[in-house]
Design a protein around this ligand. Sequence first.
Ligand code: ZN
Length: 416
Amino acid sequence: MKFFFPDSQDQVDPSFNFETEQRSALRLRHRDDHYAHEEFKTTPYDGILLSMAMVESGRYTLPQKHRLHRVGIRQFFRLEDKRLETMGDCGAFSYVREDYPPYSVSQVVNFYDDLGFDYGISVDHVILGFDPKIDDQSVPKEWKMRQEITLELASEFLEEHRRRGSRFVPLGVAQGWSPGSYAYSVEQLQKAGFSYIAMGGMVPLKTHEILSCLERVNQSRHQNTRLHLLGVTRCEQVREFAKFGAASFDSTSPLRQAFKDLKDNYWTLDRTYSAIRVPQVQANPSMLKMILAGKINQAEARRLEQECLKALLLFDAARASVDNTLAPLLEYEKLYDEGPSREEIYRETLHDSPWKSCTCDICRKIGIHVILFRGAERNRRRGFHNVFVFHQRLHRELRQEQEAVETLAVGREGVR
Ligand SMILES: [Zn+2]
């Protein structure tokens, strides 16, 4: 089971000094900043996924786009000496509100050919709805149309791929609104000639809904047809997914949760912890807004911010207690957040100090800074740590499967 990590240009600056919060004056972002795979001795994923929408939608600057096309995906992401694969897709959720995908088949095949991808996913259109009870007569026209568009574009994509003799492995996308409709898509794609199929639109589905679709799809799946699950992260189900033919998946959740989630920001093998918020008085947008509106006294905020940082560093050096560290944090929190106190979840984080037992390169290098919710340099590194833990969880699940198979084999030997 391969895990592809989607690119969103989340990089970190290796020259960033966590004590002074200064950077090297010579730093050039595109040359010096690190991708997640450059922060770890062992890369915690099998490949990267790059969406055409990510490149075209403004996340990439014009010079970056030019460089990407000039040097190709491997050199751009500095993968030359790494055994990582590359997969391209269109990023269909970015244009889900439009009537028709904004990219043509030839544009997308060009993109995959020019950049030198290992795998390329056909142009698709996400169906925004799921209803297993709906029958063929009552299915909304819009849903059926999006499925047909996706299937037509997939056939066109495969023809274009053959006509040009493209070198990437083509994947067709299956869209659906129920187990039966997903199975129909997979059947059509197999007929068209695909043997690697990406299951699209499953991000909002509940785990049991995904499983019911895969189970049904599995009945129509040819033995050599592999599935890729687009945007699906459910580590606990990975073995079941594999049984139904899933060979790969991608997800940004481990990274995103580090700074988007309200409390599940830091992952460990068995649970999650809340990161500890110490907003930057000078740089945090909502903080600045409150200062400008006169709701917060800037000098007071600055004093508490510094006290929090000092207390946290003392705590990490085992020179301050949990209570003494919590005191300035809670006082600072009262200043900028009227919501419920985070005392209990912070107490847990500090008491367990999970970063101290993490073996990842990030935690070993930056210590307590990994758990501070403060600025992109810390928040992204916590995201990278989560990706590392996610990869470990994934392999733990897969190992259990292997062990079960081996135990069974040994048992049989014994009987003989
Ligand atoms: Zn770590």
